[in-house]
Design a protein around this ligand. Structure first.
Ligand SMILES: Cc1cc2nc3c(=O)[nH]c(=O)nc-3n(C[C@H](O)[C@H](O)[C@H](O)COP(=O)(O)O)c2cc1C
Length: 206
């Protein structure tokens, strides 16, 4: 019976979580951010090395510096795509707005520290890929732990496109490889429910 209740509340939490990009101005207590990250450390990782590193930004100046650095790179990329100027302006503004209005930004980076250093390039690459896979595990745990406290989150992939700019704007150590930027805060609105594929479309029992 207890197990049923636990499964039901877990399912509810999973369904309740959704990507939130629009936040109330209310700040998130540092102790709560720490608790969420402490919970997330229990995510699985290769050899349990926990190759992720989190940099937490809450100050306006820090968020703006990162937003500007990323906007500059986005501008160059969109120009190279030959995008129309109004599309470029819109996307830049949206990116800036998201980063500067989220009460908390989490920069999630990876380090090689602890991963096996194989002689051959092939297995070294797999080690790194395993570390990258573990980013999904730790971030989903962050998202669920945050949702349990009514906090909204959203995964922003942009740091993958401009790791050097992110490293410089956030003053990250050279060995940090930025993977994702997470917006976090109390939702201004519930967020859109995005439908899921039926299980039979993606699962095959043999
Ligand atoms: C690896 C990854 C990258 C994502 N990148 C972005 C992004 O750059 N911008 C964004 O607005 N949402 C991003 N998302 C969020 C997805 O759009 C979102 O999870 C998906 O549409 C399902 O919606 P839900 O999270 O509300 O259930 C990303 C999600 C993942 C897992």
């Amino acid at each position: 019976m207890i197990a049923d209740a636990r499964a039901a509340s877990f399912q509810e939490l999973v369904h309740q979580r959704r990507s939130i990009r629009n936040f109330r101005a209310e700040s998130v207590p540092r102790s709560l951010i720490e608790e969420i990250l402490r919970t997330a450390m229990w995510a699985p990782s290769p050899h349990n090395v926990q190759p992720w590193r989190f940099t937490v930004l809450v100050r306006d100046a820090d968020k703006s510096r990162l937003a500007e650095a990323m906007a500059a790179r986005l501008y160059d990329d969109l120009r190279a795509d030959d995008s129309a100027q109004d599309v470029i302006d819109q996307q830049i503004e949206r990116s800036r707005w998201r980063l500067t209005t989220a009460p908390v930004l989490l920069v999630c980076s990876l380090v090689r520290d602890g991963l096996v250093d194989y002689e051959d390039e092939r297995r070294s690459r797999f080690e790194w890929e395993m570390a990258v896979q573990s980013v999904g595990a730790v971030l989903q745990t962050v998202f669920l732990a945050a949702a349990a406290h009514d906090l909204g989150t959203c995964w922003m992939a942009a740091p993958m496109y401009c790791p050097a700019e992110v490293r410089s704007a956030v003053a990250l150590p050279d060995e940090y490889a930025p993977q994702a930027l997470i917006l976090m805060g109390y939702p201004a609105s519930p967020g859109k429910i995005r439908e899921r594929r039926p299980v039979h479309e993606v699962v095959e029992f043999r």
